[in-house]
Design a protein around this ligand. Structure first.
Ligand code: GTP
Ligand code: MG
Length: 207
């Protein structure tokens, strides 16, 4: 997909404040610091459309970007950030889960996982929750440039094997690097194909 335009629309503190749900929407979620905002910038070919930081907890609101005037890309706050109070963490969780469960134009959630680590409980639990809640999602492995290519591939395989312990079918997976812009085209192709399907089937998000 060619990105002709990508513009920041707004930051929202709750799902009710998000832009009119009149276009297909795709959201990035994952642990704090996993590389959500960086990958959005890489996909959009834009250095700082989404704000990134070496310190976890940078993105604290739901950020909407309008792409090619016809779909939304959403940057969500990370989950599991340890350095905030329990109450604050619960608030973030509520913000995220309410958004996911109520945003009626949300077509697919991209769950980002750091390709360097072995499967972590918090991510597996989140993926489980998506399954139980009927949320369509794909898994995006990040920061592949930090590993030797064969190690990155091995880690992805190990992750899939872990998922296969509880899942019959695996979701789509992508191996990416925001640094090297790897995997961006594949994700954009998936979005384009999905958008075309929705258009051809006259899917509308009106209530
Ligand atoms: P929060 O908004 O805090 O939840 O974090 P985030 O998931 O949006 O992460 P962000 O994109 O801000 O990136 C966190 C750190 O990881 C930054 O220092 C990035 O430069 C770095 N980073 C992100 N993606 C990559 C990547 O593909 N390769 C490398 N080498 N570093 C990356
Ligand atoms: Mg961020």
């Amino acid at each position: 997909m060619v990105i002709k335009t990508a513009t920041f629309v707004k930051s929202s503190g709750k799902w009710q404040e998000c832009p009119e749900p009149n276009m297909p929407e795709y959201a990035f979620i994952g642990r704090s610091n996993v590389g959500k905002s960086s990958l959005i910038n890489a996909m959009m070919n834009h250095k700082d459309l989404a704000k990134t930081s070496g310190t976890p907890g940078k993105t604290q609101l739901i950020n909407h970007f309008l792409v090619n005037e016809n779909w939304y890309l959403t940057d969500l706050p990370g989950y599991g950030y340890a350095k905030v109070s329990k109450v604050q963490r619960k608030d973030f969780e509520k913000l995220i889960t309410n958004y996911i469960l109520n945003r009626r134009n949300l077509v697919n959630l991209f769950v980002l996982i750091d390709s360097r680590h072995s499967p972590q409980k918090i991510d597996l639990e989140f993926i489980q929750w998506c399954g139980e809640s009927g949320v369509p999602f794909s898994i995006v492995f990040t920061k592949a440039d930090k590993l030797k290519p064969n190690v990155a591939i091995q880690n992805v395989e190990a992750y899939k094997n872990e998922l296969l312990k509880t899942w019959e079918d695996l979701p789509e997976t992508y191996l990416t690097s925001a640094e090297k812009k790897e995997g961006c085209e594949e994700i954009l192709n998936f979005i384009q194909t999905t958008n075309e399907f929705l258009e051809n089937n006259s899917v509308s998000f009106d209530e």
